[in-house]
Design a binder for this molecule. Structure first.
Ligand code: SAH
Ligand code: DHB
Ligand code: MG
Length: 220
């Protein structure tokens, strides 16, 4: 089992199950041209996020970590006509690429990009008494995951879905002695999901992004 076979299978599912999508291909090409790190979700994972969004009937999505807006576009497209994605990104260069990609994909009218540190922007949304979100995607700096969950719960309602990306980290998450701050952040995030009473599971994934996974939760 290795990345080659996982990548081949990802390409098979992409070819057989996903629609050809020249716009999303161009979005990824622009991200690469701009020198952004390849930390976007894969096409099959994007389709997975779209399916979860549609299954949950979400109208308002909150995303932490925009990068070039690839996952944001999957969410935006899954929403009903009056839907909205609020996405937070602190790197100005990433935000600029994302904004151009939202225009390219025709979703700029339903995406609000908040440029700034995520904890600052989340506190601002709380202070503004923003309407609760139906779905939250946590995909920024992993050591901050516990802080993000705490703030996101104040922007949620019973039934809000919370998804965190990159919680497996090639299996390191199971190692209590891991020195990596990202692993520690994910482990603390999982403990907190349980202590705060969310209904949660971990979903391990393999594919072109290697061995990683999502944590899926619903706020009780
Ligand atoms: N969701 C994207 C990938 C996000 S990569 C996709 O799948 O297409 C993580 C992003 O989080 C990076 O662009 C990084 O700049 C941003 N980020 C990291 N720390 C942050 C912070 N404290 N506040 C806001 N954004 C942050
Ligand atoms: C990293 C971050 C991500 O959000 C991702 O999907 C892949 C990798 C990283 O920081 O290495
Ligand atoms: Mg990620």
């Amino acid at each position: 089992m290795n990345l080659d076979i996982w990548t081949n299978v990802d390409h098979f599912f992409e070819q057989e199950l996903l629609d050809a999508d020249p716009i999303l291909d161009e979005v990824l090409a622009r991200c690469a041209q701009a020198g952004l790190p390849p930390h976007n979700v894969s096409p099959c994972q994007g389709q997975f996020l779209r399916l979860i969004t549609m299954l949950s009937g979400a109208r308002r999505v909150l995303e932490i970590g925009t990068l070039g807006g690839y996952s944001t576009i999957w969410f935006a497209r899954a929403l009903p006509r009056n839907g909205r994605v609020v996405t937070i990104e602190y790197a100005a260069a990433h935000a600029a690429v994302a904004k151009a990609n939202f225009r390219l994909a025709g979703v700029a009218d339903r995406v609000q990009l908040l440029q700034g540190d995520a904890q600052v922007e989340l506190r601002r949304l709380i202070d503004q008494k923003t309407e609760p979100f139906d779905l939250v995607f946590i995909d920024a700096d992993k050591p901050s995951n516990p802080a993000y969950l705490d703030l996101c719960l104040r922007l949620s309602r019973p039934g809000t879905a919370v998804i965190a990306d990159n919680v497996v980290r090639e299996g390191a998450v199971a190692n209590a002695a891991a020195a990596d701050a990202k692993v520690a952040g994910v482990r603390a995030y999982c403990r907190q999901l349980k202590s705060r009473g969310l209904i949660s599971t971990g979903l391990q994934t393999v594919g072109m992004k290697g061995y990683d996974g999502f944590a899926l939760s619903i706020v009780r």
